[in-house]
Design a protein. Sequence first.
Length: 493
Amino acid sequence: MYSVILTELGISIFNEGKLEKAFPFSNPVKEYLLVKNKESKLNELINYLASIQRGVSVSDESLLVILKKYSIDCYLMESSELDNIQATKPQIIVDSGFASNLQDTLGKLREFALGLSSSKVTEVSESPDLHIIQAINSLDEIDKIANGLSSRLREWYGLHFPELDNIIDSINGYAQIVLAGKRESLTKQVFEDAGFPESKVEMLSLISSKSRGGDISDVNLAIVQSIAKQILDFHELRKKLEEHVETAMQEIAPNLSAILGSAVGARILGRAGSLKRLASLPASTIQVLGAEKALFRSLKTGSQPPKHGLLFQHAMVHAAPRWQRGKIARAVAAKAVIAARVDVYGEGLNQTLLEKLNIRVNEIGKKYENPTEKDIRKPQSFRREGGNFGDRRREGGDRRREGGDRRREGGDRRREGGDRRREGGDRRREGGDRRREGGDRRREGGDRRREGGDRRREGGDRRREGGDRRREGGSSKYERPDSNKKRKKFGRR
């Protein structure tokens, strides 16, 4: 039975455990990824397998798909065989001639792993949706910077021409007037070049001659004009970024761009992290993307959850009456997730999605043309007294108070436990003192017993001395007569 085994360094063909043919990879990482992506041709392998004219077992599903495209009789190995191949892969690589020994195999596999990880990082970095996310984030940051500089510009130049702030709302128009210089040099031509209508040009010309602002020095004016130039440069850069985001969204996610618009779609994409990640999210999550703080606050306090997040910037949601926005946002989110999945797994623009969304929005507008009693906005004081929102807040307050009471009870119990532990410690210390006193008494008794023993030993010694003395005295009193004396005494008789 022939077996085709895919390894990181090449493809091997075995027959009953013996090597028949080996096809090494000249560029292991590149050719291995081509096989895994089902894009490799493998002409030499296919020609060899076609000459065998037998069924072969294959160790990889991607390789199986490639071989079946060329009508090769093949099937996938069983899991036990795959486990055995995985366990003996270094030896298979050596037997196939892809490496000289096991040490060489491990070194080449390490090089392959490093190259594969580098290619994966490169592939992720080249993902076009990540570039869209960076572009839309840059656009939002430019808006923040430009708005901050415009506020500073209005305050600073307003010291010289304060009336201009209430008349001109456009940031670019205000910056163009500042670039013209002091108010004495502001002519009708300057206002016309800034793009103002004739009626406003006449008004600005009249006000500039009667302004009550103070004079401004040339040094301060030069700094203010440099700020105005920066604002205009940011405006031009913002236009380029908008065009880039719109073009990129039309190429990468045309269906999502058709449903949400380029700017809103790019911001939703940035919140999700990638287009594939967005396609895997449910519609309910997409609906509240950008309103995470309000969502978690509602879960914590029991207040009403948010109806929309970034989707509020969508024209259909923003222009709808207040009581219809939640339903329209839900419909837009449902179509947006379908559009994202079409962009990831399908091709081309699906016109029916936008048509169905328009039909659904029209149905919502007709069905909920007038607000219900529940949708009518109630005064804040009435909501506190009897409104649903006030009830929920009161319930949340009651729960927090109950939690506080429980925490206080727990603290009291912990304090009682601490007092009991302290009492137990005192008792243990008293017992220790008593045991130490008993030990001292036992030691004193031992000392007394030792003293009594010493006294008894002294008495014994004295008794022994007395006995010795008595024995000495007795021996002198009852001493036996000398035998010679007896003979003499008896001899006289």
